[in-house]
Design a protein around this ligand. Structure first.
Ligand code: NAD
Length: 361
């Protein structure tokens, strides 16, 4: 079995953390006696220097010829955002890829490792229990893209408006992603809606409940979005998969991620129909620490684990990586961003090496 991976390290810490993720994948090749073919491509500022474009055709072609995209991060120092090199870099790169590959499902895990409970903003009696949530967010529809949107009228009567709309096909396909994901996890889906107020969300619930019938092994719980926002802070341990439309998912995935207290450790996936997907860390290019070999590679490494799980159907290998990360943290190893004051931290390379050591164990 040979899997082709388009590797887009991008800018800032992207190349440093990507190196560690590739070393982890190399180890997985050895363990499972299989082969990954990596095709390196430029994106973001790195692509600009060569092509005066953040997402060149040559990169898109490499992605088209691959089974999945492993993405680092793009962007430069915030103070330089209006320079020619950086202007619009995130939109051009990420939205460009989303559009080119029809990436309609965004999967964002938010896991609070008991070993890192001190970093959470939650009360200790809640954070100590840890939690492991996967937010499945619809990415290409809903109120962010619904038409018409605009402004009309003038003076006091001037109005601005957006349209929230979902088709049966859109709701069905994202619901299926959530139920399938739950099957690979703890078999529970909370579908987040506002069916008490919005017609779109009455329809959302109706369609999700049709899909649910195909997954009798998965528990289904509908929940209003306002309640979900509150439950996340009161009892996050009750959630496994949270299925959300575009806007609710945008907000709740950030809330769930923030509760972990370690944004730099969280991976994400954006999936197309079929098995193709793009996998990337939740954080940005961290220009403030780039080139110093101190960035935390865990988000990038866990992104590669998500790739194994969702694009290559290699759940066991993915879980092996997740377990190696968890063991490394439980053993007390930390990079600077997750280190308690006064304790010694590892470099990016040392952290990668420890995780690989635990993979082989
Ligand atoms: P950022 O996520 O890059 O950094 C925020 C803080 O978190 C910084 O202090 C940084 O050092 C730290 N951090 C982030 N990832 C880390 C890691 N792996 N290890 C250790 N520390 C880490 O956000 P920002 O500073 O607001 O943005 C910097 C650049 O990244 C901007 O150009 C922005 O547009 C871009 N950005 C890109 C993406 C993406 O590529 N998907 C996402 C967000 C921001």
């Amino acid at each position: 079995m040979k899997k082709k991976i388009a590797v887009l390290p991008g800018d800032g810490i992207g190349p440093e953390v990507m190196n560690q993720a590739l070393k982890v994948l190399d180890k997985i090749q050895d363990i499972y006696d299989m082969e990954f073919e990596y095709k390196l491509a430029l994106v973001g500022g790195a692509a600009w220097d060569e092509y005066q474009c953040h997402l060149p055709e040559s990169t898109l072609n490499i992605c088209r010829a691959s089974d999945a995209i492993l993405f680092g991060s793009v962007g430069g120092p915030v103070a330089e955002q209006n320079s020619e090199r950086w202007r619009g870099v995130e939109v051009n790169s990420l939205l460009g890829l989303r559009k080119a590959f029809g990436l309609y499902a965004n999967l964002r895990p938010a896991k609070l490792y008991p070993a890192l409970a001190f970093a959470s903003s939650l009360r200790q009696d809640i954070s100590r229990k840890g939690f492991d949530i996967l937010v499945v967010r619809e990415l290409t529809g809903g109120i962010y893209f619904g038409q018409p949107k605009g402004r009309r009228g003038s003076g006091d009567d001037e109005q601005a408006f957006d349209t929230m709309a979902y088709s049966r096909r859109e709701v069905r396909r994202i619901a299926k992603v959530a139920f399938e994901a739950a099957r690979k996890r703890n078999k529970k889906v909370h579908s987040i809606d506002k069916a008490n107020v919005l017609t779109t969300m009455v329809f959302w619930r109706e369609v999700v409940e049709e899909v649910m019938k195909d997954y009798p092994d998965v528990e289904y719980i509908p929940m209003y979005v306002d309640n979900a926002a509150m439950q996340l802070t009161r009892n996050p341990g009750q959630f496994d998969v949270m299925l959300c439309g575009n806007m609710f998912g945008d907000i709740l995935s950030d809330e769930a991620a923030a509760l972990t207290g370690s944004l730099g450790m969280l991976p994400s996936a954006s999936l197309a129909e079929g098995s193709f997907g793009m996998y990337e860390p939740g954080g940005g290019s961290a220009p403030d620490i780039a080139g110093q070999n101190i960035a935390n590679p865990i988000a990038q490494i866990l992104s590669s684990a998500m790739m194994l799980k969702y694009s290559f159907d290699m759940t066991e290998a993915a879980e092996k990586i997740e377990a190696a990360v968890e063991k490394t943290l439980n053993d007390g190893y930390r990079t600077g961003d997750i280190c308690e004051e006064g304790k010694k931290s590892l470099t990016t390379e040392e952290m990668g090496a420890k995780i690989i050591e635990n993979l082989s164990a």
